[in-house]
Design a binder for this molecule. Structure first.
Ligand code: SIN
Length: 326
């Protein structure tokens, strides 16, 4: 019945899931972002397998928001993507969104969306490690799984579905450059799994509370976003990197510290100078798991267990939010 129809909107942004290689045997050398989202959706839903009962009331609609390799993801595309998400989620008949995305920067986009969108409905990102014309392409199954998860997930949240696993945007990271299950959620672990169209949520997974840093409606034009960079501590780390960035006008620096957020003495001196010059500094760890635990030797702000890349997203949004409150 028309009244029961639930719409899932699928937004395409490119990536390997939309990629094509020269032959069906070539899975590593290919061009990302070649196929349109309409075609990807058709491949995912045209399998002979019947949909689960709960999906019989679902209708799908595709929209191409961008078509790029996610290494080239930018603030303009993020803003457009967030606005389209906001638009679709506000429609009464839309129950969830699925976003197809390249794997390389997916975790940053997922985290960004989670911090700027305020709705009671889920956003499920998905991707692929093999191009669309590869003989064993993983994209169609990942997209089908994402649609099943989107239809069954109630409440807000931004998720990644890939290789049969469901990950939360707060914890997920790409941890492998080539294997099919390239994503991991570290100590927290995956939130659930999806196999044969059946979704299982893991009992010990605790969904973090929604956290809105800056509403999508308040995102400034891309050219007005602050300049925030990541500097990494490593053997023989000096002061030149941070000094050069500060001299060039950087507004925020995220430290990918070693271990529990340590930085070399020389680098620390340059970062203290940067802080005095009103550059905002955030401390994170280059370790893949665990949070930086603040101690008396820490002189920079460390918040939570976010990776350096996600800490940068948080700092970008916090700087923009602070500017607007002044
Ligand atoms: C991309 O991130 O767009 C290319 C790589 C991938 O999707 O696996």
């Amino acid at each position: 019945m028309q009244a029961n129809i639930q719409k899932i909107v699928v937004l395409g942004t490119g990536g390997t899931i939309a990629g094509e290689s020269e032959s069906a045997d070539e899975g590593l050398s290919y061009k990302a972002a070649q196929r349109g989202i309409g075609d990807l959706l058709k491949s995912a839903i045209s399998t002979k397998l019947p949909w689960p009962e709960a999906m019989s009331v679902c209708q799908f609609e595709a929209e191409q928001v961008a078509q790029l390799d996610s290494k080239d993801m930018d603030f303009e595309t993020w803003t457009l993507m967030a606005k389209r998400c906001d638009h679709w989620l506000a429609q009464d008949d839309v129950v969830a969104l699925v976003v197809t995305h390249g794997t390389d920067t997916l975790e940053e986009t997922a985290y960004f969306l989670s911090q700027v969108i305020e709705h009671s409905k889920p956003i499920v990102l998905t991707c692929a490690m093999r191009p669309a014309n590869f003989k064993d392409a993983d994209g169609p199954q990942n997209l089908r799984d994402a649609l099943v998860v989107a239809a069954s997930t109630k409440g807000p949240g931004v998720w990644l579905v890939a290789a049969g696993e469901i990950h939360h945007s707060e914890f997920v990271q790409k941890v492998h450059p080539t294997r099919l299950n390239a994503f991991d959620s570290g100590e927290t672990g995956a939130a659930g799994s999806v196999q044969n169209d059946k979704v299982q949520w893991f009992e010990n997974f605790q969904k973090p509370l929604p956290n809105l840093r800056l509403h999508v409606a308040h995102l400034p034009l891309a050219a007005q976003w602050p300049w925030v960079e990541i500097v990494m501590n490593h053997v023989n780390a000096g002061h030149q990197h941070a000094d050069a960035l500060v001299n060039a006008g950087v507004q925020g620096l995220v430290i990918a510290g070693t271990g529990n957020g340590s930085v070399s003495s020389k680098m620390k001196e340059s970062l203290v100078r940067a802080q005095i010059a009103k550059v905002q500094i955030r401390l994170s760890s280059r370790c893949n798991q665990g949070a930086v635990i603040p101690t008396s030797s820490h002189v920079f702000d460390a918040k939570g267990a976010l990776s350096p890349a996600k800490t940068r997203v948080a700092l970008l949004l916090d700087i923009m939010s602070e500017r607007q409150s002044h």
